[in-house]
Design a protein around this ligand. Structure first.
Ligand SMILES: Cc1cc2nc3c(=O)[nH]c(=O)nc-3n(C[C@H](O)[C@H](O)[C@H](O)COP(=O)(O)O)c2cc1C
Length: 318
């Protein structure tokens, strides 16, 4: 079920792709808080997708996740083309290409941010996907390698190769996650580019995203959504104010995860989310430690029962 970025309602609000976070369970949970938010998969290797059943399984999705976009990384145009054809058959809304990941092992093999320094290959990947299937191709990238001077030329080349949307995280490769995201070069880019542009970096809430986006077509929320799926709720003050309310979302999330993964693995993977859910909750120091290291599901669920009845203060979401 391919979708056209140009046809989507503005602002386009997206759950940013996050490895280890935006799996199908989390995406389904986010969908329950907002029926329009655009969902992205975790980044997934195009070569791995072709080679491994397990990697393909990482991109499975439920019907209610639509619009659901898959983000692929890699550097071999032919692998992207083949993976995209299969994903079109599977019914995803579109293909996004990762050209922003700064992880050393990704960049060293010319994937992710590495493609910002190999414009020719970056364009051949976009062309390969656009030519292989009827899905639109977007690219998620950064401001540049050390500064944003090359952003416009890079984006123009990608659009020339067939990209239908450019999403920009307002930091350079060099910065990784340091410093504040700079949205000014993204606003400049939008003024000169014919396709929709999304901004990303440090958005804390829907209102904050709307304030930051200015002339852009929309924005992505990443870290502020970890342990905070209600950030996407259209009502500004939707965050549960009681511990019981928060625990009920934690339980819902955990049970969605258990449907997709075996339980011991779900318990360990859930810790990444749990630390987010417990952010801003004070006076539960010992319980936080116990929850994060619960040896088995029984112990974890008993601790959740105890947490539920806790009157711990929760910091107001911004
Ligand atoms: C745990 C984690 C995993 C991430 N994984 C991906 C990924 O798979 N693909 C991607 O394009 N960006 C990834 N990112 C970057 C985010 O999508 C986003 O660009 C970045 O976090 C800045 O946005 P934020 O300030 O809203 O978090 C990841 C970020 C985090 C914190």
């Amino acid at each position: 079920m391919g979708m056209k970025w140009a046809d989507m309602l503005r602002p386009i609000v997206c759950l940013a792709p996050m490895d280890g976070i935006t799996d199908s369970a989390y995406r389904q949970l986010v969908r329950r808080f907002n029926r329009d938010v655009v969902l992205f998969s975790e980044f997934t290797s195009a070569d791995g997708f072709l080679r491994s059943e397990k990697v393909r399984g990482r991109l499975d999705f439920a019907a209610e996740e639509h619009p659901y976009f898959v983000q692929l990384f890699g550097n071999n145009p032919a692998s992207f083309a083949e993976a995209s054809r299969a994903l079109e058959q599977a019914g995803v809304a579109g293909i996004d290409i990762n050209m922003g990941c700064p992880a050393k092992k990704i960049v060293a093999s010319q994937h992710g941010s590495g493609l910002m320094r190999d414009v020719d290959r970056a364009c051949r990947i976009v062309e390969a996907v656009a030519g292989a299937c009827g899905l639109e191709v977007s690219v998620k990238t950064r401001l540049g390698w050390t500064d944003s001077t090359g952003l416009l030329d890079f984006a123009r080349a990608l659009v020339g190769a067939g990209a239908s949307l450019i999403a920009v995280h307002g930091r350079t490769y060099d910065q990784a996650f340091k410093g504040a995201a700079d949205w000014a070069p993204i606003h400049d880019l939008k003024r000169q580019l014919a396709v929709p542009v999304l901004g990303n970096g440090d958005v804390e809430s829907l209102a904050d995203g709307r304030a930051k986006m200015g002339n852009l077509d929309g924005f992505m929320i990443g870290r502020a959504a970890i342990g905070n799926p209600w950030v996407f709720h259209p009502a500004a003050s939707a965050a549960p104010l009681t511990m019981a309310g928060r625990v009920s979302v934690i339980r819902e999330h955990y049970s969605l995860m258990c449907r997709l993964k075996d339980r011991p693995r779900a318990l360990v993977e859930f810790r990444k989310h749990l630390s987010g859910y417990l952010r801003g909750v004070s006076h539960i120091k010992s319980m936080r430690g116990a929850l994060m290291t619960a040896p088995d599901e029984g112990a974890f669920l008993r601790l959740l029962d105890a947490l539920e009845s806790c009157e711990a203060p929760i910091a107001q979401a911004s």
